[in-house]
Ligand binder design. Structure first.
Ligand SMILES: [Zn+2]
Ligand SMILES: [Zn+2]
Length: 367
């Protein structure tokens, strides 16, 4: 199969600038990424787009392609990146993935640290979703010295201890030992007059208010990641992320198990014996539910779709109503009389569980 022209693949003019090529690539990569595009030829399209982009985004390769086309002597060095995650295509890593000359890596620059914040919410908030304002303490470059750590107008001077090497050599017997200079921390320069605001650290702590949207269906341990809201990176490196870890508080009525809810519901012995329409609380409202005559403790009734929503929004769990039959602990004279009458006209073996139990006991002692 003949290879398509790379400019045609990306749909750009032969004179297109680097910005346009990048932008077009990103749009196409997002459109044909197999995670998003279920059509069977999306994967091949995605690979074709990646290949075209790799050649056209490299000035040397591009000029050879312009002159010789696909058959250029030496060919083209195409790397199969697989499928970079959509996050990476969208986010900061875009440049790291594709925009960097191959074989060279940025070294010594560290991304900022991630921050973790715990957030307690009620079961109702977890069911409905909610919006919360977080106050997050984090660092930013000192506003007084712009992160240099030195007093305004002063500049760092060569470290007198190491003479700017950042390292110190010691003679220990026959050995020569090299250590990072403790005075400048290896930077080779020291600050004579520290910034009064940050005392030379170059950083200041700020409280940032952040609005976070909590989707319906979160559970304890669910984590939301806010990209770039962590600590600042070193020397221009990207900042870390903020991880919001959710804790859902216990509810006095409902116990939760994933998207299922369990409600333990006491029912009077009379209602259980005669059958009754009881009022059952759910998350949103009270619903009426029939319990049949002869309902026992431990019986579970299921109210479909009255549980918790799932995170994907397509599903709702059930509410399981666990019945416990409650006996009266205090009876008045009239109630006692009536129950005694009832007892007289009720044969001892009229309850199947009790009858079966007695049969077993009889058998047991016959042996
Ligand atoms: Zn400062
Ligand atoms: Zn030093």
């Amino acid at each position: 199969l003949a290879k398509r022209d790379y400019y045609e693949v990306l749909g750009v003019d032969r004179g297109a600038g680097m910005d346009e090529i990048k932008r077009t690539y990103r749009d196409l990569a997002l459109k044909y990424h197999p995670d998003r595009n279920p059509s069977p030829d999306a994967e091949d399209r995605f690979k074709e787009i990646n290949e075209a982009y790799q050649v056209l985004s490299d000035p040397e390769a591009r000029s050879r392609y312009d002159r010789f086309g696909h058959g250029a002597p030496g060919g083209f060095d195409i790397t199969d990146f697989g499928f970079p995650s959509i996050d990476d295509i969208f986010g900061n890593l875009f440049d790291d993935f594709f925009g960097r000359p191959r074989g060279r890596r940025r070294t010594g620059v560290h991304r900022g640290a991630d921050i973790r914040v715990d957030l307690r919410i009620s079961l109702m908030s977890a069911a409905r979703g909610c919006e919360k304002t977080l106050e997050v303490a984090r660092h930013q470059l000192c506003s007084e010295c712009s992160g240099t750590g030195g007093r305004k107008g002063s500049s760092p001077v060569t470290c007198p201890a190491c003479g700017g090497h950042g390292q110190m050599r010691y003679q220990q017997g026959f050995f020569s030992v090299t250590r990072t200079c403790s005075q400048c921390g290896g930077r080779g320069t020291v600050i004579r007059e520290p910034c009064p605001k940050c005392r030379g650290t170059g950083l200041e702590e700020v409280i940032r208010k952040l609005n976070v949207k909590i989707p319906p269906g979160v559970d304890s341990g669910s984590t939301l990641r806010l990209r770039g809201e962590g600590e600042p990176g070193e020397r221009g490196a990207p900042p870390g992320d903020l991880h919001v870890v959710i804790f859902v508080e216990d509810h006095p009525l409902f116990q939760r198990d994933g998207s299922e809810l369990i409600l333990e519901m006491p029912v009077s012995y009379l209602q259980a014996a005669l059958g009754h329409e009881i009022e059952v609380p759910t998350l949103e409202e009270t619903v009426r539910m029939k319990i049949p005559a002869g309902t026992q403790t431990g019986k579970v009734f299921r109210l479909k779709g009255k549980g918790m929503p799932s995170l994907d929004g397509y599903h709702r769990g059930d509410l399981h109503v666990l019945v416990s039959v409650e006996m009266p602990t205090r009876l008045n004279r009239e109630q006692k009389e009536l129950l005694k009458k009832l007892s007289k006209i009720t044969p001892a073996d009229s309850l199947p569980q009790i009858k079966s139990f007695h049969d077993k006991v009889k058998k047991h002692f016959r042996k």
